[in-house]
Design a protein around this ligand. Structure first.
Ligand SMILES: [Cu+2]
Length: 120
Protein backbone atom coordinates (compact mmCIF):
# COMPACT_ATOMS: atom_id res chain seq x y z
CA UNK A 1 0.00 0.00 0.00
CA UNK A 2 2.82 2.38 0.91
CA UNK A 3 4.49 1.66 -2.43
CA UNK A 4 1.24 2.30 -4.26
CA UNK A 5 0.79 5.74 -2.61
CA UNK A 6 4.39 6.56 -3.41
CA UNK A 7 3.76 5.67 -7.06
CA UNK A 8 0.64 7.89 -7.18
CA UNK A 9 2.58 10.82 -5.67
CA UNK A 10 5.37 10.27 -8.16
CA UNK A 11 2.90 10.30 -11.09
CA UNK A 12 1.22 13.47 -9.77
CA UNK A 13 4.60 15.18 -9.53
CA UNK A 14 5.49 14.14 -13.07
CA UNK A 15 2.21 15.45 -14.51
CA UNK A 16 2.74 18.77 -12.70
CA UNK A 17 6.22 19.04 -14.15
CA UNK A 18 4.93 18.30 -17.67
CA UNK A 19 2.19 20.97 -17.31
CA UNK A 20 4.66 23.58 -16.12
CA UNK A 21 6.96 22.69 -19.01
CA UNK A 22 4.16 23.21 -21.53
CA UNK A 23 3.16 26.58 -20.05
CA UNK A 24 6.74 27.80 -20.33
CA UNK A 25 7.03 26.53 -23.90
CA UNK A 26 3.81 28.32 -24.95
CA UNK A 27 4.85 31.61 -23.37
CA UNK A 28 8.28 31.51 -24.95
CA UNK A 29 7.20 30.69 -28.51
CA UNK A 30 9.65 31.92 -31.13
CA UNK A 31 8.45 32.96 -34.59
CA UNK A 32 10.91 33.25 -37.46
CA UNK A 33 11.06 36.06 -40.01
CA UNK A 34 13.56 35.22 -42.73
CA UNK A 35 15.37 37.45 -45.20
CA UNK A 36 15.85 35.04 -48.12
CA UNK A 37 19.01 34.91 -50.19
CA UNK A 38 18.98 37.54 -52.94
CA UNK A 39 15.60 38.98 -51.96
CA UNK A 40 15.20 42.28 -50.11
CA UNK A 41 12.16 41.12 -48.20
CA UNK A 42 11.05 40.11 -44.71
CA UNK A 43 9.28 36.75 -44.95
CA UNK A 44 6.57 36.76 -43.75
CA UNK A 45 6.16 40.53 -44.05
CA UNK A 46 3.34 40.49 -41.48
CA UNK A 47 3.45 38.19 -38.50
CA UNK A 48 0.93 37.83 -35.68
CA UNK A 49 2.07 36.73 -32.24
CA UNK A 50 0.86 36.87 -28.65
CA UNK A 51 2.34 39.15 -25.99
CA UNK A 52 5.32 37.49 -24.37
CA UNK A 53 6.36 35.72 -27.55
CA UNK A 54 9.53 36.29 -29.52
CA UNK A 55 10.29 37.12 -33.13
CA UNK A 56 13.61 35.89 -34.50
CA UNK A 57 14.91 37.56 -37.64
CA UNK A 58 17.26 35.40 -39.68
CA UNK A 59 19.33 36.95 -42.44
CA UNK A 60 19.98 34.31 -45.10
CA UNK A 61 20.89 36.91 -47.73
CA UNK A 62 24.42 36.51 -49.03
CA UNK A 63 23.99 39.13 -51.79
CA UNK A 64 23.88 42.14 -49.43
CA UNK A 65 26.42 42.80 -46.67
CA UNK A 66 23.70 43.84 -44.24
CA UNK A 67 20.03 44.63 -43.69
CA UNK A 68 19.60 47.30 -41.03
CA UNK A 69 16.11 47.85 -39.70
CA UNK A 70 14.27 49.81 -37.03
CA UNK A 71 10.77 50.79 -35.99
CA UNK A 72 9.05 53.10 -38.43
CA UNK A 73 9.36 56.76 -37.41
CA UNK A 74 5.99 58.23 -36.55
CA UNK A 75 4.56 55.07 -35.02
CA UNK A 76 3.23 55.42 -31.49
CA UNK A 77 6.05 55.85 -28.93
CA UNK A 78 4.99 52.65 -27.15
CA UNK A 79 5.35 50.74 -30.42
CA UNK A 80 8.92 51.82 -31.07
CA UNK A 81 10.43 48.68 -29.62
CA UNK A 82 12.90 48.02 -32.40
CA UNK A 83 15.93 50.21 -32.20
CA UNK A 84 18.41 50.12 -35.06
CA UNK A 85 19.28 46.49 -35.68
CA UNK A 86 22.23 45.73 -37.94
CA UNK A 87 21.80 42.23 -39.28
CA UNK A 88 24.72 41.01 -41.32
CA UNK A 89 24.53 38.00 -43.63
CA UNK A 90 24.10 34.80 -41.59
CA UNK A 91 23.18 36.63 -38.38
CA UNK A 92 20.06 36.34 -36.23
CA UNK A 93 18.32 38.74 -33.90
CA UNK A 94 15.57 38.02 -31.37
CA UNK A 95 13.15 40.36 -29.69
CA UNK A 96 10.41 39.50 -27.20
CA UNK A 97 7.32 41.68 -27.48
CA UNK A 98 5.70 42.21 -24.10
CA UNK A 99 2.94 44.67 -25.03
CA UNK A 100 0.10 44.32 -27.55
CA UNK A 101 0.29 46.65 -30.54
CA UNK A 102 1.34 46.93 -34.16
CA UNK A 103 5.05 47.24 -34.67
CA UNK A 104 5.95 48.42 -38.15
CA UNK A 105 9.63 48.28 -39.06
CA UNK A 106 11.67 48.95 -42.16
CA UNK A 107 15.12 48.42 -43.59
CA UNK A 108 16.62 51.83 -44.15
CA UNK A 109 19.10 50.54 -46.72
CA UNK A 110 16.60 48.93 -49.09
CA UNK A 111 13.59 50.96 -50.16
CA UNK A 112 10.27 49.14 -49.73
CA UNK A 113 11.67 46.50 -47.41
CA UNK A 114 9.07 46.71 -44.68
CA UNK A 115 7.49 44.42 -42.13
CA UNK A 116 4.97 44.38 -39.33
CA UNK A 117 4.64 42.47 -36.09
CA UNK A 118 1.09 42.34 -34.73
CA UNK A 119 1.11 41.54 -31.00
CA UNK A 120 -2.24 40.44 -29.53
CU1 LIG B 1 17.59 45.56 -46.37
Amino acid sequence: MKDFLGLVRCLLCLSLLINVGQAVADEGAVHDVVIPDGVDQFTPAIISISAGETVRWINNDTKQPSHDFASLPGTKPENKELKVIELKSGEMFEHTFSRPGEYIYFCYIHKGMIGKVVVK
